[in-house]
Design a protein around this ligand. Sequence first.
Ligand SMILES: [Fe+2]
Length: 178
Amino acid sequence: MDITEKIISNFKNNKSLYIGEKVTIAEHMIQSAMMAEKSKSKNNLICSCLLHDYGHFILDDPEELVKKNKDGKHEDIGYEYLKKFFKREVVEPIKYHVLAKRYLARNKKYYNRLSEASVLSLKLQGGLLNSRDAKSFEKEEFFKDSIKLRKFDEAAKKVGVKIKDIIDYKDLLKSSLK
Ligand SMILES: [Fe+2]
C-alpha cells in the first residue's frame, strides 16, 4: 500500500475521539483542512492541517506502536514519520504545532478560548513558552505557517459540521509528496 492509500485507510478506519473532545481525530483534521481552504491558504498548509495530528494514528496503530515509544509526543511522531514522504513545507508546521500553542497561549484572550482538554494538555506539553524561547521561535522559517495551523487546529473541534471525505483530499495528498 502506498503512503496516500495508507493515510486514506487510516482516516477511514480510525474512530478514536480526539482526546477530551467530541469529534474524532479524523474529523478534527479534516475540519482544520477545510478551514485552511476557506481562508485561501496554500496547498502545503492545507495538507499540513490535514495531517497535523497524524501522530495520534501512529500511536493507535499496533503495527507502528511496537516500533515507537508509546509515550512519545504526537507532533514529533507524526513529523518523523511524515517527513519521509512529504515536502518540508507540509511537515515543518506539524512539528511546531504544539510549540505554537505554547506561544499563542501567552495571550490571555487566546488562552481563554482554549477548550478544557486543550488547557490540560498545555500543562503536559510544558505550559506557556518563556519569552526567550518565544523570540527564537519567531525566527523559525515556518513560524508563520505553524501559527496559522494552530489557529485552524483550535477552531476545528465543532460538532455536527458537515465535513468532506478524506477521498476529496487524495489529489492534494499526492501533490504534497516529495
Ligand atoms: Fe489538532
